[in-house]
Ligand binder design. Sequence first.
Ligand SMILES: [Zn+2]
Length: 277
Amino acid sequence: MKLYISADMEGTAAVASWTQVDPKNTTEYPYYRKLMSLEVRAAIDGARDAGATATLVNDSHSAMRNVLWDDLPDDARMIYGNRKPFSMTEGVDATFAAAFFTGYHGGIGDANATLAHTYSPDTLYNVRVNGIACSETLLNAAVLGTHGVPVVLVTGDRATCEGARVYLPWITTAITKEAIGYFAVDSISPAEARRRIRAGATSAIEDLARAKPFVFEPPIALELDFVKVEQADFAELIPGVDRIGGRTVRYVHDDYRVVFRTFLAAMRLGAAANAPV
Ligand SMILES: [Zn+2]
């Protein structure tokens, strides 16, 4: 039984600030990187307790070079580095029986969600698919859904876990902390978080039969509200992308993988507008 893990960092127990998850930070980041890695390990160990036999970890935070190899089992594989055509969902295919999202965070605009954002906090103000405001959990779950792979475990703060359950009602969650606004947390200890993640991972695999791949029904309409008008100026250059407002673009396609790659392209083009003119 093959398991896919998309590993983000902001939802790691105790994390409360951007400096703790910034690879350029030389004081706080190394410590929190270790905590992230150990949470991934706890998820793998829990899945193995329930029969998972092989794990692919996709490092999914920032430059996507965070998880420490020494904290993974010797037979784990890991996708490392950026940029990848499918980003936080790179490497998934129909051979995986289930997926975990570890260290995840709330979607942009969520209340009481530590470091909440959707992909690019400096570029994207809202992301909607078929009218649904999307977190990374939902956007990424839908990519896995095109391969028939269900997401069965999410770990992160309470808002992340409760947000996931709205559209993925079968999901098992491991809550690592309570957010106190955007930059403060009331956290359980990292060791206790790992115990809960390991137990959650075991339950999630044991309950696999009730899980479903998450899919958006076609035609699939993507709408992006950018933070700045000039970001939408760039995004609308993509063929097929319509400018429907000062800050807003829209794209419609029946294949969600095409929609997702258009989302990444629009975001990266939009981010390019941040450079000084
Ligand atoms: Zn991240």
